[in-house]
Ligand binder design. Structure first.
Ligand SMILES: *Cc1c(COP(=O)(O)O)cnc(C)c1O
Length: 426
């Protein structure tokens, strides 16, 4: 396939937009080459500016779980837009979406809508700090919680007591309140909690990690985190921006059978429009302005178009919970197909999968945390990525990203993907 026009558009974009993109991973830095400019999409397929048709495994990084341009969502947005796009006043649809979302997930009384996953996580931590009266948080190396200052803290090797900023612009003052632990390492968490007794407001985690490839927590790790948080009066925040309404109606809380104190949402909850949200029991949520002292606001929060997309999406998922099994079955099929081809080629690999999230790592060691994920061979990944792209298969352009299957993918698409892999030299 030829991607000529995309390259020309990228060159033009770079003149006016930093790096030519409005979110860095889109720029293909990890794999090299120019990004694809998309013109339109329908179901499982992207149609780019060169007229190519690609099978999409990203689904806008997760939101489009039922496929692109899903009619109930599109129609809801079109109808809503006719009555105006924003009012800065309350609308009934906000309550409708809130009520539905809360009915689908365990353990939550109230929810507030924002415009992105970043805002949801940033606000959740502020709320946790306000509610507990404590400052520090623990996050896990390789987990992504959006780009707000507190979360842009990189892993050091081994146990790190004080985080060091990994982005210029994050102050040391902010970084010192974010402590780092390794995913699936309960002992490391225990040590940090002990060393910072009485100072921790929250532990925030991706309950199934998807930003260092897909990484599944062990049962004892998750249950252990819950126990520590309860014992030490620390709020457990599940960042379900990726997993919420994707793994099950009730997200990771439901599938792992672990209750969080605050849960953040994004991606699927907006059906492809910009929506984030955070939820908790009333006791915690009532700490938010205007009822409580913790300030949080947004001119476009609860935007009617975004709410209508979210409502249409969650209504579909709520009415058709079989879709989660269908997605999981497709993902398993893809897993087996890819594994078979890579094994036949003699290429070292690990495939991690949970529900409709899956990632392929070119290493012979199990991938259980950031360090093991980082051991994947990037040259092989690049060859894999570009080989697949040349055959019209659009995979995430970084080994640290999970694929997100959408239910418009057919078994014929999956077979075509596996067959494409057969033809690639790794
Ligand atoms: C995508 C993502 C975010 C950030 O959401 P944005 O809408 O991009 O700001 C936060 N947490 C997780 C787990 C995510 O996958």
């Amino acid at each position: 396939m030829i991607y000529q026009r995309s390259s020309a558009l990228f060159a033009e974009a770079k003149k006016y937009i930093p790096g030519g993109v409005n979110s860095p991973v889109r720029a293909f830095k990890a794999v090299g080459g120019d990004p694809i400019f998309v013109k339109k999409a329908k179901g499982a397929y992207l149609y780019d500016e060169d007229g190519n048709k690609l099978i999409d495994y990203i689904a806008s990084w997760g939101p489009l779980i039922l496929g692109h341009a899903y009619e109930p969502v599109i129609n809801a947005v079109i109808e809503k837009a006719k009555n105006g796009t924003s009012f800065g006043m309350p609308t009934e649809i906000e309550t409708e979406l809130a009520k539905l979302a809360i009915s689908m997930v365990p353990n939550m009384d109230k929810i507030r809508f924002v415009n992105s996953g970043t805002e949801a996580c940033m606000s959740a931590v502020r709320l946790a700090r306000g509610y507990t009266g404590k400052d520090k948080i623990i996050k896990f190396a390789g987990c992504y919680h959006g780009h707000s200052d507190s979360f842009l803290i990189q892993a050091g090797s081994g146990a790190v007591t004080f985080g060091s900023p990994n982005s210029p612009g994050v102050t040391q003052g902010t970084a010192k309140d974010t402590l780092l632990a390794d995913y699936n390492d309960l002992e490391g968490v225990k040590k940090l909690v002990k060393a910072n007794k009485g100072e921790l407001a929250a532990i925030i985690i991706e309950p199934i990690a998807g930003n260092m490839g897909c990484i599944v927590p062990t049962d004892s790790f998750m249950k252990g985190l819950r126990e520590i948080c309860t014992q030490e009066n620390i709020l457990l925040i599940f960042d379900e921006v990726m997993t919420g309404f994707r793994l099950a109606r009730g997200g990771a809380q439901e599938v792992l059978n672990v209750k969080a104190d605050i849960v953040t949402y994004g991606k699927v909850i907006g059906g492809g429009l910009p929506v984030g949200a955070f939820a908790a029991k009333s006791e915690i949520m009532d700490f938010l302005a205007p009822d409580g002292p913790v300030y949080q606001a947004g001119t476009l929060s609860g935007n009617p178009l975004a709410m209508s997309a979210g409502l249409a999406m969650l209504t579909e998922l709520n009415n058709k919970p079989a879709v989660f099994q269908s997605l999981s079955d497709k993902t398993e099929y893809l897993h087996k197909g890819i594994a078979k081809v890579l094994t036949a080629k003699g290429v070292d690999h690990q495939i991690n999968r949970f529900g409709s999230m899956i990632s392929v790592h070119f290493t012979d060691e199990p991938v259980v945390d950031f360090a093991s994920s980082a051991k994947g061979d990037n040259e092989t990944f690049k060859a894999y990525f570009h080989g697949m792209l040349a055959k019209g298969i659009y995979l995430p352009p970084s080994a640290f990203e999970s694929y997100f299957l959408n239910d418009a993918l057919t078994y014929a698409d999956l077979d075509a993907t596996i067959k494409a892999l057969e033809g690639i030299q790794l």
